[in-house]
Design a protein around this ligand. Structure first.
Ligand SMILES: NC(=O)c1ccc[n+]([C@@H]2O[C@H](COP(=O)([O-])OP(=O)(O)OC[C@H]3O[C@@H](n4cnc5c(N)ncnc54)[C@H](O)[C@@H]3O)[C@@H](O)[C@H]2O)c1
Length: 247
């Protein structure tokens, strides 16, 4: 079985997928979905030691703080040396900061944007240099790119910027046959949601029916990275169970 792109056939089982935030809820589900499809995985997380690798097949865990640019560059080198190729990038890692804008200092802005925007942007640059024709980039943004609540301004701004980065990447990737799309999840049942002070305090109210599972996002990432999505690039896909559609 092979994937056909621009006349090339690339067996799925040879695809090498780099996933950031792979020790987290959505990142781990993304890793599992690609492993089940036969992909080989480079799994980046600052918490790589805690990463469950059972069922992930040919997986290379890499301990990497995405705020450390030398470590990020080294992780890409390690992936290319280990597997000899790189086909898909999934930018999953992200953090939230719960503070009013009036209490955000320069360090707060720089730290959050370093992880949520600069690291995905630098990895995108690496991907545009190394991915082959038929390669794909999937960015995990958030519905906060479009609608938000108080206390999370830096997070919301970073996710809007990530959607913009997705568009620019799609434009610059087109000539190289590399696609880039963003997923905007709503509330997904992970530690990030469960530990959210806004959810705990009631600033953000989420109905149980509006909470999705990490696998719901992973399935969409797998599709967007596949050649079944070969005409989809520069798109933002909301996956929120319909929460944003209501008045
Ligand atoms: N859970 C939700 O409701 C939800 C909704 C919308 C978007 N998202 C986005 O999905 C992505 C994943 O979130 P999640 O819910 O799985 O959260 P999570 O906290 O379970 O996972 C995030 C992972 O990123 C890693 N990470 C954080 N900072 C890092 C750094 N400096 N270097 C390397 N790794 C780092 C963490 O160690 C963790 O494993 C995030 O970008 C988040 O913004 C989540």
């Amino acid at each position: 079985m092979g994937r056909i792109f621009a006349g090339m056939v690339m067996p799925d089982e040879r695809r090498v997928v780099l996933v950031t935030g792979a020790a987290g809820g959505i990142g781990h589900a993304v890793a599992r979905a690609f492993a089940d499809a036969g992909s080989r995985l480079a799994l980046l997380d600052r918490a790589a030691g805690d990463m469950p690798l059972d069922g992930l097949g040919d997986a290379l865990p890499i301990a990497c703080d995405l705020a450390d640019i030398a470590a990020l560059d080294a992780a890409v080198d390690q992936t290319l040396r280990h597997f000899g190729r790189w086909d898909v990038l999934v930018n999953v890692a992200g953090i939230m900061l719960f503070k009013p804008i009036a209490e955000h200092d320069a360090g707060d802005w720089q730290h959050l944007l370093a992880i949520n925007l600069v690291a995905p942007a630098l990895l995108t640059g690496h991907a545009l240099r190394h991915l082959p024709t038929g390669g794909a980039i999937v960015n995990i943004a958030s519905v906060h790119a479009h609608r938000t609540s108080s206390m999370v301004a830096s997070y919301a701004a970073s996710k809007t910027a990530m959607v913009s980065l997705t568009r620019s990447t799609a434009i610059e990737g087109q000539a190289r046959g590399i696609r880039c799309n963003a997923i905007l999840p709503g509330a997904i049942d992970t530690a990030l949601l469960r530990d959210s002070p806004n959810v705990r305090s009631g600033v953000e109210v989420i109905e149980p029916a509006d909470i999705g599972q990490p696998e719901d996002i992973a399935a969409l990432a797998l599709f967007l990275a596949s050649d079944a999505a070969r005409f989809i690039t520069g798109a933002e896909m909301v996956a929120d169970g319909g929460r944003m559609a209501r008045l």
